[in-house]
Design a binder for this molecule. Structure first.
Ligand code: BGC
Length: 751
């Protein structure tokens, strides 16, 4: 898999320190480490995050993913001059993240203020073989003079989450004049972190240690001749105990573990980690032949980050909206996980999709509490979730500095579609795997408890049931009645609870008839004669404005500089896909004419201020056999993190947008879509793509699909039924299919 691409930063640009710290972050699902430079720059925000380690720094503060003590930073002095690439002259610079191995390499030739030249090489990786292990290597070679080098590095616990300190230092030690160890406890005392690290320097250096003001450091001093290279290898183990586990021997076994790692050495440890990456790439990679430079890189980037953010080691953790790459959204988990990330796993490693659903199931108690506190029955999952399953959405938005007032965040109170999104993912998982054991236990309980919520959420109006005062996916339109997305998804949720209860739950006549009644009476906004479905009861009555200016700055929420939220609410302005999102989620609901009508109506009214928007428009366009339009959306979606905007990814990756890069390729262009129990393939490749190929799991079979404009080749490890361009076919082994030029429709009406 040597052709897996890299992400290259060709220029040292302080404006983009945080962007690249995010984009090039290391991750293995257990730990995430931002790609900040070894040297300190005031512009960069360091970050190291452990999946599931949340804490509240004060009663008035939200619970957040703890930004851990830093291990990356190094203070380097050469002949008394501090190494800082902003001083002196930078003669060459290149940084590269190799997606194939997760290795980050930076090479620079720097001339100090006093005119001496040095080559600096910095390498690092976070192991996928041993999740707790992070290794760094820095090599310095003077070009033209002898020099004395001082490097101070260790564990720096002055790191905070934007000033909020979560950890108390409980123990700081140096063992055998070599290994530094610091143990921390969250202030609420229910989680512990042990960081153990050691540095090996060659040629031999004079070494001393210091512990002061929450910094435990090794100071290494070495003299070099011109052309000679100093190499410092730093090995760190980062371990944690969560949920009130009391570590009896926190850190004790780490000393032996670390010295075993050091014996193996940097290269061997990198090799072991790279082998895990390579096996994983074989299972998941999408390869594309495209005339547009960067398409393959976008797909590799997306999958790299999907692996980096997914806590496969721990079913009590899920995936935050920024993965493990930054402090954004406080590390909280949104519907992004079930709708944008889980499907990627479902079709590549279905056991991970199952685990993500178990995370919700294990947090049912929190969802029951939230429902009760709000006067509802069943399970109302938190809009933002952490480890406990309690609602983590901050109650208040950022302060208005002119008035000193804060506005309430309404999502936790009314953005209830998340409940049905989780149910949707349960059904998607079952349809793709046929996992009866899961459905019999976790699946049916999730479906029934979420359905119970909808029964209690409905309001009776003239004999019909309506869902009032909700926020759909479009967060620029708040507190509306009968948001189409919410009503249809709630209906699907209840219908699926009814369907699967028959087979997987004890008979309960009273509950079944309540479900039937809900299904018979729930109001589902119908398409107008022109096919457009009203987003909610009042949407069509609102005025429109020209959004060109705001659409040009999609993602920046610049509309809110000109209009208050209340004013935006009273216009036909969408932050993100809403009815279009609905048509994406339930593709069997309406045929192509309705898809086209809604895309045409809503897209001009959508600013795409959410990173969850463009890719979905792209997939719906592909399903309308408009591959060029779809491709434009997909390319724009790829730019959300990979584009040139200097600051849009500063506080973390857009996890959902990474998932959407895969969704766009597989569900959009390749047209792979689960229609209830059937897997349909209706390709619509853009002109720029000659071919696309990817693995895909379906009902226990491993498939490999290769698509060109004319042909689909399927390899399957056993017999499987597929629907290729509308025709049912059985594939066992290998089969090739001719793709008709116009593709073909797939719709079967009804929920
Ligand atoms: C979007 C939500 C999304 C959240 C986290 C918001 O801007 O409107 O749909 O869940 O970001 O990504």
């Amino acid at each position: 898999m040597s052709d897996i691409s890299s992400l290259v930063e060709a220029r040292f640009d302080p404006q983009r320190h945080n962007k690249y710290a995010t984009l090039m972050a290391a991750g293995n699902g257990y730990l995430g480490i931002r790609a900040t430079h070894e040297e300190g720059y005031t512009t960069q925000t360091r970050g190291m995050f452990l999946a599931g380690l949340y804490h509240r720094a004060g009663e008035e503060e939200p619970r957040e993913l703890v930004n851990l003590p830093d291990v990356v930073g190094m203070h380097i002095e050469i002949d008394g001059e501090i190494v800082n690439l902003l001083a002196g002259k930078l003669l060459s610079y290149r940084r590269e993240l190799r997606f194939a191995t997760g290795e980050l390499r930076r090479e620079a030739v720097w001339e100090s203020v006093s005119g001496q030249r040095y080559t600096l090489l910095c390498e690092r990786f976070l192991s996928r073989h041993n999740n707790a292990l992070f290794c760094q290597r820095i090599s310095i070679t003077p070009h033209n003079s002898e020099c004395c080098i001082n490097i101070a590095t260790g564990i720096d616990a002055t790191q905070t989450n934007a000033g909020r300190q979560h950890l108390d230092e409980t123990q700081v030690r140096v063992f055998d004049q070599q290994t530094m160890q610091a143990i921390y406890r969250t202030r609420s005392k229910d989680a512990h972190v042990a960081i153990t690290c050691a540095c090996l320097v060659s040629p031999r250096a004079q070494v001393s240690f210091s512990a002061k003001n929450r910094r435990l450091q090794q100071h290494s001093f070495c003299e070099l001749k011109p052309g000679e290279t100093l190499t410092l290898d730093k090995y760190c183990l980062i371990e944690r105990w969560l949920d009130g586990e009391v570590p009896k021997e926190a850190g004790q076994t780490s000393l032996a573990q670390l010295s075993a790692c050091m014996e193996q050495g940097y290269e061997a440890l990198l090799g072991a980690s790279a082998a895990v990456w390579q096996a994983w790439w074989r299972q998941c990679r999408v390869t594309v032949q495209s005339a547009t430079q960067g398409d393959q890189r976008a797909l590799d980037f997306a999958l790299y980050h999907l692996a980096a953010m997914t806590p496969v080691h721990d079913e009590r953790s899920s995936i935050g909206a920024k993965g493990l790459t930054g402090e954004g959204y406080k590390g909280h988990v949104f519907w992004d996980t079930e709708v944008f990330l889980l499907p990627v796993h479902l079709y590549t490693q279905p056991e991970i999709a199952r685990q993500l659903l178990r995370y919700r199931w294990l947090n049912l108690a929190g969802a029951h509490n939230k429902a009760q506190q709000n006067g509802f029955a069943g399970a109302l999952f938190p809009w933002e979730s952490g480890r406990t399953g309690e609602e983590e959405t901050p109650a208040w938005a950022a302060i208005n500095i002119r008035t000193g007032l804060r506005q309430k965040v309404a999502s936790a109170l009314a953005e209830h579609h998340l409940v049905a999104d989780i149910a949707w993912a349960v059904v998607a998982y079952y349809q793709a795997t046929g996992d009866d054991a899961f459905m019999a236990k976790e699946g049916v309980e999730l479906l029934r408890e979420t359905a119970r919520f909808w029964l209690s959420r409905a309001t009776e109006v003239d004999g019909a049931l309506e869902l009032h005062d909700v926020i759909g996916p479009d967060e620029y339109t708040e507190h509306v009645n009968n948001n189409a997305y919410t009503n249809y998804l709630a209906c699907y949720n209840v219908a699926m609870a009814r369907h699967f209860s028959k087979r997987f739950a004890k008979p309960d006549e009273a509950f079944s008839s309540q479900l039937d009644d809900f299904l018979a009476r729930l109001r589902l906004p119908q398409p107008r004669p022109d096919g457009v479905i009203p987003q909610d009861d009042t949407f069509f009555s609102k005025p429109t404005i020209d959004l060109t200016r705001y659409k040009a700055n999609a993602g920046s929420q610049s509309i809110l500089l000109d209009y208050s939220r209340a004013e935006v609410n009273e216009m036909q302005i969408l932050k993100q896909a809403d009815v279009v999102m609905l048509l994406y989620m339930l593709p069997w609901l309406y045929g192509e004419p309705v898809l086209r009508a809604n895309l045409a109506y809503y897209e001009p009214r959508t600013i795409h201020d959410s990173s969850l928007s463009k890719a979905i428009h792209g997939i719906v366009a592909a399903r309308c056999h408009e591959p060029e339009q779809a491709y434009r959306f997909w390319r724009e979606g790829c730019q959300i993190d990979l584009g040139d905007a200097p600051h849009s990814s500063d506080d973390g990756i857009h996890a959902a947008a990474s998932g959407a890069i895969w969704l766009g390729a597989v569900q959009g262009f390749a047209g792979v879509v689960a229609m209830q129990d059937e897997l349909h393939i209706n390709p619509a490749l853009p002109k720029a793509w000659t071919s696309v190929a990817f693995p895909c799991c379906w009902r226990g079979r491993k498939l490999y699909l290769t698509l060109t404009h004319q042909q689909l080749s399927v390899e399957s490890d056993g017999p499987v039924m597929l629907h290729v361009c509308g025709k049912a076919v059985e594939v066992d082994g290998r089969a090739d299919f001719f793709i008709p030029a116009s593709g073909s429709g797939t719709s079967q009406e009804g929920i």
